[in-house]
Design a protein around this ligand. Structure first.
Ligand SMILES: Cc1ncc(COP(=O)(O)O)c(C=O)c1O
Length: 368
């Protein structure tokens, strides 16, 4: 038994990718494995994604590119984030493709490619409305595309954008972004038909085939989480992660006895309390104080008292069969009960992405 462990169902990742690929048809699936695969472990999930039909991988940072590039040398890898000059060298050495949207950065990448003795593969990024990375001016984007195509030190691989509202019900802004991107993409395709144009994330793939283009970059759905923050099963997705620990102690609490820092919970009646040895040091957020359930003995037990760095407490009720050493599940299934990352996200007023990314390196990731 381990203090705490995140069990990763790689077969679920494989099946989720196959599900997305069935929507995409001819379009390629790029599995986004940044932030250690949204907290699921990047290496194992990249492997599973490739087995499920992904043909490309993407990360955010140069250090992530180094890790993934070393392990998956023959799979095209895109580093999507902004890079410093030193990070450009790391990403090029890792064999990664780079995102480019400013002319001085394009020249820097070409210079560094010369120093490395081989061409750098680039994707020109158009900011069609995300208002984050990318160039907002279509004319500048097309000029940059031309400059990349003409530079012998660069290979123009892609032209791309990112969608700001693919997970929202209203499609007005989503459609406007796609309209803007389609104009740029068709101008690029007219001159460079081989260029991979891409816009879609998980939500876009599931909601509108018009967004699929040549490739989709999917993260959250490959891990079996719902991009719309509801039930992954409704999208035919299987959650890949469960967060498990155990009951380290079972204690009798007379009415009025309190659990944890600040006495934020007091037993309303005589009861049993289970102590579970994980806390915010493992990524179980303190805002879950008196605000979550934990599965023990196949039943939901309210998390009571303050979440501390290394421990939480649950109310097992006035009579209990629970014993020291019983399994405790914070995310995942136990018997007929299940707690989804979406449920925790709802309690924290955040999104499932943040819940799994927050699980700290102190928690080992192991295959389910
Ligand atoms: C640029 C970019 N593309 C694609 C993705 C994948 O998005 P999702 O996890 O919603 O599929 C992300 C994730 O945040 C991203 O930043």
């Amino acid at each position: 038994m381990e203090r705490a462990v995140a069990r990763i169902d790689h077969d679920a990742v494989r099946a989720n990718c196959a599900r997305l690929k069935s929507e995409l048809g001819e379009a390629e699936l790029c599995a986004v494995v940044k932030a250690d695969g949204y907290g699921h472990g990047a290496d194992g999930c990249a492997n599973a994604a490739l087995a499920g039909g992904a043909t490309r991988l993407a990360v955010a940072t140069a250090v992530e590119a180094e890790q993934i590039g070393r392990r998956f040398q023959h799979v095209p890898l895109l580093t999507m984030g902004a890079l410093t000059a030193a990070e450009v060298d790391i990403a090029i050495s890792a064999g990664s493709e780079l995102a480019v949207w400013q002319d001085d950065f394009r020249r820097l990448v070409a210079d560094r490619a010369r120093a490395h003795g081989h061409r750098a593969r680039v994707h020109v990024k158009y900011d069609s409305g995300m208002g984050r990375l990318g160039n907002r001016d279509p004319a500048e984007v097309l000029a940059l595309v031309r400059a990349c195509a003409e530079d012998p030190k660069l290979e123009l691989v892609g032209v791309w954008t990112h969608l700001a509202t693919a997970d929202e019900l209203d499609s007005t802004y989503f459609d406007e972004q796609l309209d803007r991107f389609d104009e740029v993409a068709s101008a690029v395709k007219a001159e460079h038909p081989q260029v991979v144009v891409h816009a879609a994330n998980s939500a876009a793939v599931l909601r509108d085939p018009r967004s699929h283009h040549d490739m989709a970059r999917c993260g959250v759905a490959i891990y079996g989480m719902d991009p719309f923050q509801a039930d992954p099963a409704a999208q035919d997705l299987r959650p890949a992660l469960s967060l498990r620990s155990h009951v380290a102690d079972v204690k009798r609490f007379p009415a009025g006895a309190s659990a944890g820092y600040g006495r934020k919970w007091k037993a309303p009646v005589d009861t049993w309390v289970g102590v579970i040895p994980l806390g915010y040091g493992d990524g179980v957020r303190r805002a879950l104080t008196n605000n979550a359930d934990v599965l023990v003995g196949g039943e939901r037990r309210p998390l009571v008292g303050t979440v501390s760095m290394d421990n939480i407490t649950v109310d097992l009720g006035p009579e209990t069969e629970v014993r020291r050493g019983d399994e405790a599940v914070l995310i995942g299934r136990q018997g007929d009960e299940v707690i989804l990352a979406e449920e925790i996200a709802g309690r924290l007023e955040t999104i499932n992405y943040e819940v799994t990314c927050a699980i700290s390196p102190r928690v080992p990731r192991r295959p389910a």
